[in-house]
Design a protein around this ligand. Structure first.
Ligand code: DAH
Length: 345
């Protein structure tokens, strides 16, 4: 009677395979618990005759050992498998991506301009954004009361001796003056920076924007050096085959002065919205440094000549990326910014 029962339980134990820790615990309670089957069998064992005791004592002990061993083995298996689940460690999964920033379009353009001129031996120089009248105007040959001063819609900050003096610089040409005052020729530099003008903010005008100034002063620098340098710059920046043309213009600090147009970077010539159907777009002002400017900065204008140029970076960026609204450059809208080249790590 007991033998048949034990055989049945033995088969049950051997076949037992729990899906989880709860099933294993149920198994323990059923067989090994204080009110479990083994306990019960030992109770029954007490009541059998001495003859049976000998045979079944051994059978019963073996059965108990089997149940114990099975339980211990299963417990260990379940412990190790839940442990690896808990860690959730799968080394084959791809790594977590992490966000990398992108360059601001003006930084992209500035770096590109710097790169091109560096290859021609130009250095990069900077000057203060808060300037005095001398560096922003007078040294650059703007006579007192000259209308060109009004043209630049200056934000004056402070008067000196009753006259407007300290201002937010209206152009990076002021850095030319600082450079020439503090050094000795030859000068070969580009000067990127932010400039300010008192303009109502709209899609086409802003109260601050960015310029790059260029200056080349040495013995025997001629207008053809200017043309060749700027021609090379344009080929590098917008691609070979981009045409250039120079139109006579006026700036107080250059004589002669010119404005440089390039063939439209969008339509290439036939005419489009960008070039107002002319096929040409203006990109910079330039000229031979006026001898008065050289003298104002303590440079012998009999010995040295030079050329200078200045361009708006927003304009250059616009011709590269077709950005219709100037305000986008300073609003920090991520939807706009993330369209540009991603920073490499
Ligand atoms: N400073 C001028 C401006 O803000 C740009 C410019 C024109 C700079 C001619 C130059 C130059 O150096 O030669 O409009």
């Amino acid at each position: 009677m007991m033998q048949a029962q034990i055989d049945q339980y033995t088969a049950e134990i051997n076949a037992f395979s729990p899906a989880n820790a709860d099933e294993l615990e149920a198994f323990r309670i059923k067989f090994l618990g204080t009110k479990g089957i083994i306990k019960d069998l030992f109770e029954q064992f007490k009541t059998v005759g001495p003859e049976e005791k000998r045979t079944f004592g051994k059978v019963l002990n073996e059965f108990k050992q089997l149940a114990d061993a099975k339980y211990n083995e299963l417990k260990e298996n379940i412990a190790t498998s839940t442990q690896s689940k808990g860690n959730d460690l799968d080394l084959t999964l791809p790594g977590d991506g992490f966000a990398v920033g992108s360059r601001h379009p003006l930084s992209l353009v500035r770096n590109e301009i710097i790169d091109i001129f560096k290859r021609l031996g130009f250095v990069v120089a900077e000057g203060p954004e808060i300037e005095d009248d001398w560096h922003n105007f007078s040294a650059l040959n703007f006579p007192d009361e000259h209308p060109a001063r009004d043209m630049q819609d200056t934000f004056f900050i402070k008067k000196n001796n009753g006259k407007d003096d300290i201002a937010l610089r209206t152009h990076t040409s002021s850095v030319q003056v600082r450079m020439m005052e503090h050094g000795k020729p030859p000068f070969r530099a580009i000067m990127p920076g932010r400039v300010y003008r008192n303009e109502a903010i709209s899609a086409r005008a802003h109260c601050f924007f960015h310029q790059v100034e260029g200056l080349y002063v040495d013995e025997n620098v001629s207008f053809s050096d200017l043309k060749q340098t700027l021609y090379h710059f344009v080929q590098e920046l917008y691609g070979e085959g981009t045409k250039v043309r120079f139109r006579p213009s006026y700036f107080p600090f250059t004589e002669p002065s010119a404005e440089m147009d390039i063939s439209c970077t969008i339509c290439g010539g036939p005419g489009c919205n960008m070039c107002k159907y002319t096929g040409w777009v203006e990109i910079l002002g330039c000229g031979m440094v006026d001898p008065n400017v050289l003298e104002n900065c303590g440079i012998d204008s009999k010995k040295y000549t030079g050329f200078a140029f200045g361009m708006g970076m927003e304009r250059i960026a616009n011709l590269k990326y077709v950005i219709r609204d100037l305000r986008l450059f300073s609003e920090n809208d991520v939807r706009f910014l993330k369209q540009f080249q991603t920073e490499m790590l």
